[in-house]
Design a binder for this molecule. Structure first.
Ligand SMILES: NC(=O)c1ccc[n+]([C@@H]2O[C@H](COP(=O)([O-])OP(=O)(O)OC[C@H]3O[C@@H](n4cnc5c(N)ncnc54)[C@H](OP(=O)(O)O)[C@@H]3O)[C@@H](O)[C@H]2O)c1
Length: 325
């Protein structure tokens, strides 16, 4: 038997149930993976609460993990039993000890990268990749603002943007989170619980404003994010950890400086299997070279997933969270 965390209805962390489930056999093009480390992401909370409804219930949760290939299905020649692999995306259900997955979703983990690191970096790292390399292509000398700079995605964006030559301004809630962001490439940490963010950004940029703001916080930060931008700047709204953004009048974009607004998702950027594999190998190369340090703020057992999710929701965490099996 395998163990899986599932939900039968949406709601608070009390709807998370720990269940015994049968281990499926891999069909054609599929691989059975014994999972060793599972990444937790804010999207898991949107799935649990119903903000992002799932197709049917009961449903598995989780979109990212690492482990070892146990068995391969017909026609799979890219993996063999014993290979260490990681993945993100696909159907929800990563909170489990075993999983059958399409071979096209798996990537091999480099030898000197641990399972925990791989599970911590796939989804968040590929997100940082498309944010900085596609949605707004960072050039040397650009100034960025990243909210939740000490979070899972935030610490990776800080380091990668710095590596690409940007000046990085990060917003955080506490002094401790500011110090952590600064250790990961954030040039200026603004403590938003104390300071006015647009005003500080204007001071730091000598009145110009930022070229791009990456905003995953949503409801509480959206309008301030627009006020942080330089003329022709871009707001990349990629999440809503504080709640959904209410409808807004697009003429505000012209009033505030002919601004651009994008609302992207990783899943469009990883839809092409070749691109997904290439982006994952670029990501792992940066991890191997130590250009990207993957900070795991906490690990939990699979049975403690409710605590992990409530810590994440409660802004208690830093970096990535991993469930170990
Ligand atoms: N669109 C995409 O493709 C994509 C992909 C991956 C992730 N995301 C989004 O990126 C965001 C970050 O994900 P993550 O897993 O790395 O989480 P995270 O940033 O580690 O955790 C969320 C952080 O957001 C900040 N926050 C501000 N207001 C909050 C509130 N009201 N409730 C909870 N947190 C609040 C907190 O940092 P402070 O204490 O410093 O305020 C908190 O630690 C999420 O919104 C997620 O949905 C989007």
């Amino acid at each position: 038997m395998a163990q899986a965390v599932r939900i039968h209805k949406t709601g608070g962390t009390e709807v998370l149930t720990f269940e015994d489930v049968d281990i499926a056999r891999p069909g054609a093009g599929e691989v059975l993976v014994r999972q060793t480390a599972i990444g937790i992401n804010f999207i898991d909370i949107y799935h649990r609460t119903g903000l992002y409804p799932l197709p049917s219930y009961p449903a598995g949760l989780g979109l990212e993990a690492a482990g070892v290939v146990e068995q391969v299905g017909e026609g799979v020649n890219t993996f063999k039993p014993g290979d260490r692999v990681a993945y993100c995306g696909g159907a929800t259900g990563a909170y489990a000890t075993y999983r059958v997955l399409p071979a096209s979703l798996l990537v091999k983990i480099p030898e000197n990268v641990s399972d925990e690191t791989a599970a911590a970096v796939m989804l968040k790292g590929l997100t940082a990749h498309y944010l900085l390399r596609n949605t707004f292509r960072i050039q040397k000398g650009d100034t960025i603002v990243i909210h939740a700079a000490a979070g899972g995605v935030g610490l990776l964006v800080c380091q990668w943007a710095k590596y690409l030559g940007a000046t990085v301004i990060g917003t955080v809630s506490t002094n401790a989170k500011a110090a952590l962001a600064q250790q990961h490439g954030c040039d200026h940490a603004i403590i938003y619980t104390r300071d006015n963010v647009p005003q500080r950004v204007k001071e730091i940029t000598q009145g110009k404003g930022a070229d791009v703001v990456y905003d995953s916080v949503g409801r509480t930060t959206f309008m301030d994010s627009l006020d942080c931008l330089a003329k022709f700047g871009m707001l990349v709204s990629f999440g809503q950890s504080s709640g959904p953004i209410p409808p807004f009048d697009i003429s505000v974009l012209s009033q505030k400086g002919s601004l651009y607004l994008s609302r992207p998702t990783l899943f469009h950027h990883m839809a092409d299997p070749k691109e997904y594999a290439a982006n994952a190998s670029e990501l792992f190369a940066l991890v191997e070279q130590n250009m990207l340090k993957v900070f795991i703020g906490d690990t939990y057992g699979l049975k403690d997933v409710a605590k992990a999710q409530s810590d994440l929701e409660g802004r208690k965490t830093t970096g990535a969270l991993v469930l170990t099996v």
